[in-house]
Design a binder for this molecule. Structure first.
Ligand code: B12
Ligand code: SF4
Ligand code: SF4
Length: 386
């Protein structure tokens, strides 16, 4: 090992700090021997749902050396986003939308990547080594790498927990062909606690340390492109984008400082009224959520989620805005408008809306929602298109 390597690492960690990263650790790309097997178990049991992109490059994702054969070292950084407010308080305000606090402010991909790239290019220049930068989107298992690099441990909610930062931080990785001194891996500090497993509204943990993403509200509201199954709708409550419950209850959060990143603490879309969100058309959605993580769902999936929250709010004041969505161009939206209408209206009122909408409804999912609301009759059936 060349004599100057430890000081290069010390400077690297200082630089990471000055780029705004709360922690930086180093591990070898050969240090996550169980991760690949567990990924295949996760995929094999279908727990990724319709996140085909997770399965698409499973081979490369299972081992960083298959992603880049020359990679020897992973430099892993953490970006703190601890909220300065109680992220669960909004769950007591059913007429407001609960948006996960990670989405508060600008998209972390956009804010982290430039800082990570600067760090990586400094390191490449200082060491003469080759580097590649990853934030979330590449086929790389960031959490096991982060645990091996000593940044924290994968808690029973499967995310990384740190004794200093609690559960609130993003991860970013630089792979390099350099050989560097490694940090010791972190060990599990969950002990007998299982608050995160117990709080989950949709019972998404088949066992501690394992997540069935198909049941997770973060998956259902952000990643899932189709209709949300009836069994999850009540449990979703007013969560319209992501979920913070399992992270928020972790006792290690008492050590987490409120995020210092001013960009991450913008107040611009926290707890907006459902009635206001229900009015968003495509242009207004894009305008409102440009540059934020919310843009990922697109307008139709987002309004689908807002309608579920509206159905759960049980406030008839939302009915006009819900009725406006019954003839929306998107079947995802129309289906959940029917469901929300049925939750908030008397049967007669639902029947009268059905009489207007069903004759022109050709989508089988939307028709199934009308049927579930007790409305589908043959006299309402649209003519079959041949
Ligand atoms: C796919 C994905 C999702 C999916 C699936 C989540 C999951 N747990 O797999 C969904 C959409 C549900 C999701 C949700 C969220 N995500 Co996400 N997601 C990812 C992504 C892109 C890949 C994760 C992955 O590889 N999953 C596949 C499974 C197999 O991997 P795994 O979770 O590591 O599984 C391990 C355990 O199950 C464990 N295990 C299995 N059995 C056993 C048994 C024992 C005994 C033990 C000890 C361990 C163990 O081993 C597996 C391998 O390490 C990563 C970014 C990345 N590239 O890594 C971000 C990432 C994990 N997400 C992140 C965040 C912030 C979230 C949310 C908090 C967002 C929100 N508030 O809505 C939620 C949290 C939900 C949760 N409880 O996990 C952060 C987490 C940061 C951190 N501190 O850990 C990441 C790292 C993004 C980033 N760059 O910062 N996410
Ligand atoms: S994010 Fe919410 S739904 Fe998903 S596992 Fe955690 S508590 Fe359960
Ligand atoms: S809530 Fe408890 S079990 Fe869950 S990650 Fe935190 S310490 Fe571990």
């Amino acid at each position: 090992m060349p004599a100057e390597r430890p000081s290069l690492v010390a400077v690297l960690k200082e630089r990471a700090k000055s780029e705004g990263f709360a922690a930086c650790g180093i591990t070898g790309t050969d240090q996550i021997p169980d991760a690949g097997r567990r990924l295949y178990e996760f995929l094999g049991t279908g727990r990724h749902g319709d996140m085909d992109w997770l399965a698409a490059h499973a081979n490369r994702r299972s081992d960083p050396r298959l992603l880049w054969p020359e990679a020897r070292t992973a430099i892993v950084v953490a970006r703190d986003y601890a909220p300065a407010y109680d992220p669960l308080a909004v769950l007591q305000q059913p007429l407001s939308a609960a948006i996960s606090c990670y989405a508060d402010g600008r998209d972390y991909h956009d804010t982290m990547k430039p800082a990570l790239k600067r760090l990586a290019s400094w390191f490449a220049q200082a060491s003469g080594a080759d580097v590649k930068v990853f934030v979330d989107t590449a086929p790389l298992m960031e959490k096991p790498l982060a645990q091996a690099a000593g940044l924290g441990w994968q808690g029973k909610h499967t995310n990384l927990v740190s004794r200093q930062l609690g559960s609130w931080f993003f991860l970013g990785v630089i792979l390099s062909d350099a050989e560097l001194p490694r940090d010791p891996a972190e060990i599990d500090h969950c002990g007998s606690c299982q608050r995160c497993v117990d709080i989950c509204p949709t019972a998404a943990f088949p066992a501690p340390f394992q997540l069935d993403a198909r049941r997770c509200i973060a998956y259902l509201t952000i990643e899932h492109k189709g209709h949300i199954a009836p069994e999850f709708r009540a449990a979703i409550g007013n969560r319209v984008f992501g979920c913070d419950d399992c992270l928020a209850v972790c006792p290690w959060n008492k050590f987490a400082a409120a995020a210092r990143d001013a960009q991450a603490s913008q107040d611009n879309h926290r707890a907006p009224p459902l009635a206001e969100l229900l009015q968003l058309d495509d242009a207004a959605f894009r305008d409102r959520f440009r540059g934020t993580p919310l843009k990922r769902t697109g307008r139709d999936r987002f309004i689908r989620n807002v309608l579920i929250a509206a159905g759960n709010a049980r406030d008839p004041g939302l009915l006009p805005a819900i009725r406006d969505r019954l003839l929306d161009a998107s079947p995802l939206v129309r289906a959940m408008a029917v469901w929300a209408l049925a939750r908030l209206s008397h049967h007669d009122a639902v029947q009268s809306s059905a009489a207007q909408c069903l004759p022109q409804e050709h989508d089988s999912h939307v028709r199934a929602e009308w049927a579930a609301a007790g409305c589908l009759t043959t006299s309402h059936a649209p003519e079959e298109t041949s």
